[in-house]
Design a protein around this ligand. Structure first.
Ligand code: UFG
Length: 346
């Protein structure tokens, strides 16, 4: 395959580039570097000089998207480029819609016109379990058929873009240019590449596992649990933590197996839920350190409990996670932080 990876310099996008390159594919990563990092791009370029290139541009730059695709005759797009914090999206919804919808639609127009109007053959979209919001009773674990009622602007941007892609795929089918469309609804992505090259380096960092690791390392004075009065076994939110390399494996399988004309959505999560308190216990076990934890109020936009029913992805893509032990997920993240206490800059 010849793949455009949008958001390629981000946490998940960079892991996708690495896996595709290891598998022998050609990759062009496109990233505004607003939140992504140049360092992983340089590392991958050094390892795979023949098959990897990096374009410093925003997904809303139609010219850059089109010339990236045309320049390397790319046939596949893995679209990760987005802003992706639930809490932040509640604070600044317009910015979320501008990036995740406005710029993404511009990108889609450019992709459609590329390759002399043939467009790309495959699109794999990074959607989210946040599109489900709080599933109704009987829908946890969450199947793909669960009604989608997002509880945050972030989740709504992901759901709207799913609909936009479905409309686009319908047009392509009618025009006799069938597109292979896959929407992967991620649960909580965690951990780092097990070879130790790539990591998770967000500014600001808000994700539970890296925040807890920073607290364990003394990089922050402590941390808070956002909400202890949820209707869950220990009162804290429950999530499904899928290892980033397993997540990327789902993308590769989708690219290989979803045929032209098909429009598929798959959930990607291991099928087991862990509460915030259970994650903090895992971080204490893995790091051997204790840290200050306070209990505070609920964070706006948070769903109560979300974990996956992995039946469909297992059945149709033959996917199953290699990393199922939460301590192993946490320990891959911990190893990277040990080597890079200040992220990629260190
Ligand atoms: N949490 C805390 N304290 C912290 C950070 C997080 O208690 O300092 C809690 C959150 O309230 C939540 C859980 O830990 O209950 C997980 O929070 P994260 O911020 O790590 O992840 P989210 O569940 O908010 O978000 C993730 C992805 C999104 C995706 C969403 C779906 O980052 O892209 O899951 O729920 F949309």
């Amino acid at each position: 395959m010849r793949v455009l990876v949008t958001g390629g310099a981000g946490y998940i996008g960079s892991h996708a580039c690495q896996r595709l390159l290891r598998d022998g594919h050609t990759v062009v990563a496109l990233d505004s570097l607003y939140r992504g990092h140049r360092e992983p791009m340089d590392l991958l370029a050094a390892q795979f000089p023949e098959r990897f290139s990096f374009v410093h541009a925003d997904i809303g730059d139609a010219q850059a998207v089109r010339s990236a695709v045309d320049g390397a005759d790319l046939d596949t797009v893995m679209h990760f480029g987005a802003v992706a914090y639930v809490g932040e999206s509640v604070e600044d919804p317009i910015w979320y819609y501008r990036n995740n919808i406005g710029s993404a639609v511009t990108m889609l127009g450019a992709l459609d016109q590329a390759r002399d109007g043939r467009g790309v053959d495959r699109i794999i979209f990074s959607s989210s379990c946040a599109t489900y919001g709080d599933p109704p009773e009987g829908m946890i674990p969450v199947p793909e058929t669960c009604p989608q009622h997002p509880t945050s602007p972030y989740g709504r941007t992901k759901l709207h873009f799913e609909h936009i892609l479905l409309d686009y795929a319908e047009m392509r089918a009618r025009a006799g240019r069938p597109l292979a469309l896959t929407m992967l609804r991620y649960f909580n992505v965690a951990g780092c590449d097990r070879s130790g090259l790539l990591g998770e380096d967000h500014t600001p960092e808000t994700h539970l596992i890296p925040v807890a690791i920073q607290a364990a390392r003394g990089k922050r004075p402590g941390m808070s649990i956002f909400g202890t009065d949820y209707p869950t076994p220990d009162g804290t939110c429950v999530r499904d933590y899928v290892h980033v390399e397993d997540l990327i494996d789902a993308h590769v399988r989708a690219a290989e197996r979803v045929p032209p004309g098909a429009r598929e959505a798959f959930n990607v999560g291991i099928g087991e839920g862990y509460s915030v308190r259970q994650i903090l216990d895992s971080v204490r076990r893995v790091t051997g350190r204790d840290f200050e934890v306070t209990e505070s109020g609920r964070r706006a936009g948070d769903a109560i409990a979300l974990y996956n029913d992995p039946s469909k992805i297992r059945r149709e893509l033959g996917w199953s996670p290699e990393v199922t032990d939460i301590d192993e997920v946490v320990s891959t993240a911990w190893s990277w932080f040990e080597k890079h206490p200040d992220g990629y800059k260190s």
